[in-house]
Design a protein around this ligand. Sequence first.
Ligand code: ADP
Ligand code: LRH
Length: 470
Amino acid sequence: MSSRFAAVDLGASSGRVMLADLSDGLRLTEAHRFPNGPVRVAGRLHWDILGLYREILTGLRAAGPVSSIGVDSWAVDYGLLDESGALLGNPVHYRDDRTRGVAERVAESAGAAALYETSGLQVLPFNTVYQLLADRLDGAATMLLIPDLIGYWLTGEIGAEVTNASTTGLLDVRTRSWASPLIERLGLPAGLFPPLRPPGEAVGGLRSDVAAEIGWSAPVMTVASHDTASAVAAVPADGPAFAYISCGTWSLAGVELPEPVLTPESRAANFTNEAGIDGTVRYLRNVMGLWLLQECLRAWPGSDLGELLAAAAGEPAFAAVVNPDEPAFLPPGDMPARIAAECVRTGQKPPATPAAFVRCVLESLALGHRLAVRQAMELSGREVEVVHLVGGGSRNELLCRLTADACGLPVVAGPAEATTFGNVLVQARAAGLVADLAEMRSLVAASQPLRRYEPSGDARAWAEAAARIS
Ligand code: ADP
Ligand code: LRH
C-alpha cells in the first residue's frame, strides 16, 4: 500500500484537493484549489454544489492514485435525497435568512435548557435542526450533510459521519447517537437520518463511472468530516494545556475536553460541545471570524490583502472596536457600511479608510478570541498555557500578534492547512501508518513551520477595549 492520501477539504471561502505523502515524515502538496461562496438565486442563498463536485473530480484527477480519499467540509448544511437517491433541490447556504425566528420558536416549544441538555450545542440560527424545520421536506427520504453527500456521489454509499452530525442539534451529546425522542418531538421524520459512522472507517470504493472519469480508483474513508474537527485533530499541541482557534471564515475558539460541559452557565455563554475524534469534545464558541474581512475586501474591488494588512499594522490602536458577533454581520452584504453603523450605534467614530476598517476588524476579532478563550477556560476549568491558532488566519501576522496580546497568552500560529492535515492523518492512522492522536499532532509539529507570538502590549488597554464591546 502506498503512503499517499488525498484530502478533499471544502471551506466556506475555498475548496481544495490536497495530496499528503507520509513516506518520509509528512509532506503536503496542493493538487487543486478553487473558490467557494454563496450564490443568490431567486432570493435564496445556495452553494454551487455541482460546481464544487466538478472541481473535486478535477482535483482528484490531478492528485493521481492514492491509498484512500477523505472528505471534509463546513458543518450544518445538507442535501436532501428522494427515495431513488436523487438530490432534491440545491443545498441552501447557512447564511440564508429562511431560518429567521425558528430557533426562538423551537426554544419556546421544546425548552432551551432541554435542548442543550440533549445536544450540548450552541444556538446558531443556522443549526441543521432549524434549517430542516424551515425547509419543505415533502419527498425527502434522506438528509446527507455536505461531506456525506459528496461521499455518496463518489461511492454510492450512504451514512452520517459523527463529528459533523454533532453540529445538527439532533445528536445526543452523551451517547453520540441520533436523539430520537427529540427528533420525534420536533416532528421530523426519523427515517431522514442515516446510520452514523465514526472517522476512520471505509465508506466504499469509487463508483466505476467516477473512477473512469478521474482515471484511477481508491476507497473513500470517513475522516473527521466536520472541517473544524479535522483542524482540531491536527493542532500541533504536545499536552492538554492548550486552547485552539481554528481561524478561517469563522474563528472556532475553545478547548478539547474528555466530557461535555452542560451547565446553565455554559448554555448562557452559548458554548458548544461538538464531537471530536476519539470521543473528545470540542468545547468552543463560534466567533464571526475572517468573514468580516472577506466581506470588506469584496466591497473594495481591486484591494490587496497584503497591502491592507501592512497599512493596518500602522494604524492607531483601539480607534474603534465592535462586537464581532453582532447578528447584523452574519449575512453577506456591504460589511464596511455595517461596521460603520455599529460604530455609530455604540458612540464611536467609524473608520475612515480601508486600512482603519481592517484595523478595527482585526482588533475586534482579537477581542472575540480573548472572550471565547477566557470563557472556555473558566467554564471548563481547563488550564491553558498556549493558544494554537490554525487555519488561513494563521497567515495573518497582525491578527496572530493582536490575539496573543488580547488573550495575554502565547499564540503558536500554524499550520494554515490544519484541516487537511487532520483529514489525511485520520486516513493514515486507519492504514496503520500513525499510532494515535498524540502522534498525529507531533507529526504536524515536526513537519510544519510554526510561529510563536509572546503576549506584549498594554494589558490594561485590552481590558478597556474588551469592556467597550461587552
Ligand atoms: P475557510 O476554510 O473557511 O474557507 P481558510 O482557513 O482557508 O478558510 O482561511 C481563509 C482566510 O485566510 C482568508 O479569508 C484570509 O483572511 C486568510 N488568509 C489566507 N491567506 C492569507 C495570507 N497570505 N495572509 C493573510 N491572511 C490570509
Ligand atoms: C467552519 C464551520 C464551523 C461551523 C460553520 C458553519 O468552516 O464548519 O465549525 O459552525 O462552518
